[in-house]
Design a protein around this ligand. Structure first.
Ligand code: PXL
Length: 279
């Protein structure tokens, strides 16, 4: 059985980060360990008055205990991190738990739709870029990529050349594979451009865009991707499975989107996901 550890916050209500990663990755038959970095009453994307308990000081203690019992992981997956200090601690966690076959997956969750999430500033972007440099895979959206490259954000990307240049430049910071999400050339399409720096290979997959913004879909995408990649699926296959799953989740949510504005109904799509994994 493959083993993943995912390090990100737990937003008690709102379906993102750990409450998405844990069910999705586990459902594919992968053992999933977690390190919660903070406990929030809800996520920060649209709720007001949420609580936030920082768990930074617990992370090194958990890591130390795990070292003493010699835990090893096939994949280390990090998502939303709340502070500079957490990035440093996670970076050390990579050094301590990385073995020859461990894959490091960093989702630099910090921005969307041209804007940084509540509570983040430019220095955090630079720090996140450093963490990305240690990864085998990163999954920025176009906003996060533009911030990390210090470039202007385009909701509609000027052309393919521009997007290919973006993923290549992100790899130049040191990560091996870039999976860039939220790529649109016409406004009616939405896709993912990937770049494998070792093979100098690009891959693009897109679907018709469904109007609106759906919170938590970045975490849903990254979780499915982590599961697929951990199971040894190719970049092409992992990308297709993850994009198609996000679309399925949005379609399930659409009839009830007013009530269910805070995330997508991924639960009802899991049986289909399991079938795809087994094909
Ligand atoms: O989906 C990313 C995410 C994770 N965790 C928290 C968030 C967000 C996005 O807003 O607020 C707490």
């Amino acid at each position: 059985m493959k083993k993943v550890v995912t390090i990100q916050d737990i937003s008690c209500f709102g379906k993102c980060s750990l409450t998405v990663a844990l069910p999705i990755i586990s459902s594919t038959g992968i053992e999933t360990a977690v390190i919660p970095t903070a406990v929030l009453s809800t996520h920060t994307g649209g709720f007001s008055g949420f609580t936030y308990r920082d768990l930074t000081e617990d992370i090194p203690k958990i890591a130390q205990h795990w070292k003493s019992i010699d835990l090893k992981f096939d994949t280390i997956y990090t998502g939303y991190l709340g502070s500079f200090e957490q990035i440093d601690i996670v970076s050390k966690f990579f050094d301590d738990f990385r073995s020859e076959n461990t894959k490091i997956f960093v989702d630099p969750a910090m921005a969307d739709n041209g804007k940084l999430y509540t509570g983040f500033g430019y220095p955090f972007v630079e720090k996140m870029r450093e963490l990305c440099s240690k990864a085998d895979y990163i999954t920025p959206n176009v906003t996060e990529a533009a911030f990390m490259l210090g470039e202007e954000y385009y909701e509609i990307c000027p052309n393919e050349e521009y997007v290919k240049d973006m993923v290549k430049k992100l790899c130049e910071f040191g990560c091996k594979n870039v999976i860039l999400t939220g790529v649109s050339y016409k406004g009616t399409d939405l896709g993912v451009m990937t770049y494998n720096s070792e093979k100098d290979e690009y891959f693009f997959y897109s679907r018709e865009r469904i109007g609106g913004n759906y919170h938590g879909t970045g975490d849903v995408f990254a979780s499915v991707y982590v599961a697929a990649m951990t199971k040894g699926k190719s970049i092409e296959k992992s990308t297709k499975i993850a994009v198609d799953f996000v679309i399925d989740c949005i379609e399930k949510t659409l009839p009830d989107v007013k009530e269910h504005w805070y995330s997508v109904k991924f639960e009802e799509c899991i049986p289909e996901l399991i079938k795809k994994f087994n094909n």
